[in-house]
Every structure is written in structure tokens, then in C-alpha cells.
Write a protein that binds this ligand. Structure first.
Ligand SMILES: [Zn+2]
Length: 357
């Protein structure tokens, strides 16, 4: 028999010797109680699981006169739910209908399970959002798992991402150091398309964590950045101590006008890259002057090039840029800027802790 205590890595089987067990219960396993539902039946096949359920709340009285209604049976609504295992899980809601003596017809309010007209349950929306942020899965893979169309997932993620994460007023709390950079989001035949990325560098300065993406703005212009800054509350602007940026003068004058108290500093990454490029040029000139040939690996000047270049560490703003490049790879390129911006924020906005309990 295998010795359980010999497992050492963190994916080891948990210690189950002290667990207590309740009766198996599909409703709690599928977290239907969070949706105000209880499971009443199941249909399982290789391709999908269908869970029949009803609402647990008391019958609703007539919305007009308040009298109790006479039951008129049920109507069905399908919701894609959190997938369990490798097959899509569908909730089949049996929604009660009533008729009143006053002539009124109505049916149960379903808003505890899903938004109006949604094809996804709240559980599915939450699962999709967590999966895209934590597991880097593509929208089409998520759509496969849920058994719904790509657009259904994409618009749900846009909506839930905005509601749960981007609109969270605490998202901008505690920012004292900003970074701003430009980023090519799409290479086109007519020229590259740029966005401006705004990054919170406070955790990097305080050595408490990685940088996080605050905003992606269309274009790269002084106006875009200045307007974004001016849309922030004054109290927030006042607490910004410094802004790191590259050499684009538009960003600098936007910062000076919107945040006069903040110090603008050259982004360490760009400064070092510039410095090393200049030094490299200088080195090449000196090399040619003194030896009349290109550098070889044992020449002292060539060795110093190595030293100079290795100083280029991943700047934090640049690190965000790198993560966005990877995102473009998993999504096989983006054509829609709104989608791109949402996905960028989900990936680099520092939401992992919020979604991972
Ligand atoms: Zn009535």
C-alpha cells in the first residue's frame, strides 16, 4: 500500500481522514442554491448533462391586485451552466405560471438565476470569467465547454468583466506611481495601430507585487492620455507622485498639464534601452577607430557591450506589454478593439486574487 505521507508536492491528495460527509446532493454540488434553484431531475449522456430544476421561492402573488394566482403549468428556459467534467451542463428551468381572477397572467421572476434573456446562468458567467482570467483559455474553448456560441460567451465576459472587475471603484485605490507606454495592438498593411496603456507601478515601487494594467486607450496621443487623467477624480490625481514614460513628448505634456504636482520620469526600461543603444553606437565607433574591424568576443569593448546589454531587465510596463503580446497569440489576433481592450484588462488588470478565493 502506498504511504500517503510520502506525497510532498502541493498537488498531493488532501488529507481526508477528518472529513465529515453529508448525503450526495446534486443541487449543492452544482451550486444551484446560489441561483435560487433546486434540482428535480437529471439527464446524462456522453455529450451533455441536463439538470431539470425549479425555483425554491414561494409562489408570487398577482402583480396587479396581490391575490394568489391559479397555477397555469410551467414554461421552460434553458441556461448553460458551469460545465462539470468535459461535457456542457444545461439547466432546464421549469418556470411556474399563474393566472389571477382579475385576468392577469404572470410567471416567476428568474433574475436570481440569470440576467434577462441571457443564455448563461450566473454560475456559467462567473466560470467563464474566472477561466479566461486564471487559465488563459480562449473564448472559443470556453464556448465549447459551455455548449454555446462564441458571441454569447464574448458578450457575457464583456458584461461580467465590466460589472465585477472594471467598474469596481476600489480598482484605482492606492495608485501613486503610474506608467504610460504605447503598444502596437494590430499590424496592418496601412501601418500599425497603436493603443496607449496606463499601468499602476505602485506595487513595483513598494515591492509588494507586479504592475497591473489600469487602462487601454485608443490611439497614442497627448489628448487620449490627458482626457483619461482628467476623467479621474481630483483626489485621485492629487495623490499621483510620479509617472514613468518613454520619450514621447505628448505623454509628458499631458502629465504636466493634468498632474502638475507629479514628477515625470523616463521609464527605466526605455532609459536603459536608450542609454545602451547610444553606448553601443559609441562602442562601435570606438571599435572601428581603434581596431578598424568589428568587435570580436574577446575584445574588451565587445565584452563591455555584454555588460551594458544585460542591464536591460524587464521593465514593469514592458512586462505588461509582453503579456499582451502573448494574449494576441492565444486569441489569434484581434480585429475588434473593444474586445482587445477588455481582454487586455482581464489578463493584466490584477484580478486574479479577486477571482481566486
Ligand atoms: Zn390579480
Amino acid at each position: 500500500m502506498e504511504n500517503v505521507s510520502s506525497y510532498t508536492n502541493k498537488n498531493q491528495a488532501p488529507d481526508m481522514s477528518n472529513l465529515t460527509f453529508s448525503s450526495p446532493d446534486l443541487s449543492s454540488f452544482c451550486q444551484l442554491n446560489n441561483l435560487g434553484l433546486v434540482a428535480t431531475g437529471q439527464h446524462l449522456c456522453a455529450e451533455r448533462a441536463v439538470i431539470e430544476c425549479r425555483f425554491t421561492k414561494a409562489p408570487e402573488p398577482c402583480p396587479k391586485c396581490g391575490a394568489a394566482g391559479v397555477s397555469r403549468g410551467t414554461v421552460d428556459r434553458h441556461l448553460a451552466h458551469t460545465p462539470y467534467g468535459q461535457r456542457p451542463t444545461t439547466l432546464l428551468l421549469r418556470i411556474r405560471r399563474w393566472r389571477c381572477i382579475c385576468g392577469c397572467f404572470w410567471h416567476e421572476d428568474t433574475s436570481s438565476a440569470a440576467p434577462p434573456r441571457s443564455k448563461l446562468s450566473y454560475g456559467a458567467m462567473r466560470w467563464a470569467l474566472a477561466t479566461i482570467v486564471l487559465d488563459d483559455l480562449s473564448i472559443s474553448r470556453i464556448a465549447n465547454h459551455l455548449g454555446v456560441a462564441w458571441h454569447t460567451v464574448n458578450s457575457a465576459i464583456l458584461k461580467e468583466g465590466k460589472r465585477l472587475l472594471f467598474n469596481d471603484p476600489k480598482r484605482f485605490d492606492g495608485v501613486t506611481v503610474l506608467g504610460v507606454d504605447e503598444h502596437v495592438w494590430r499590424h496592418t498593411r496601412r501601418g500599425d495601430k497603436y493603443v496607449t496603456i496606463v499601468v499602476d507601478l505602485t506595487p513595483v515601487r513598494n515591492k509588494t507585487g507586479p504592475s497591473r494594467l489600469l487602462a487601454v486607450l485608443e490611439g497614442r496621443s497627448k489628448q487620449a492620455f490627458k482626457q483619461w487623467l482628467n476623467n479621474r477624480p481630483k483626489a485621485w490625481r492629487d495623490q499621483i507622485e510620479s509617472i514613468a514614460m518613454d520619450g514621447f513628448t505628448g505623454f509628458k505634456s499631458a502629465a504636466q498639464e493634468a498632474l502638475p504636482q507629479a514628477q515625470t520620469v523616463l521609464d527605466p526600461f526605455h532609459v536603459v534601452r536608450w542609454a545602451s543603444n547610444m553606448l553601443d553606437e559609441c562602442r562601435r565607433r570606438v571599435q572601428q577607430d581603434t581596431l578598424g574591424r568589428r568587435g570580436r568576443k574577446n575584445d574588451p569593448l565587445y565584452k563591455s557591450r555584454r555588460t551594458l546589454l544585460t542591464r536591460i531587465s524587464n521593465g514593469p510596463t514592458e512586462a505588461v506589454n509582453g503579456r499582451l503580446e502573448h494574449l494576441r497569440g492565444t486569441a489569434l489576433g484581434f480585429r475588434n478593439l473593444t474586445n482587445y481592450i477588455v481582454r487586455c484588462l482581464l489578463k493584466s488588470g490584477g484580478f486574479r486574487n479577486q477571482l481566486y478565493p
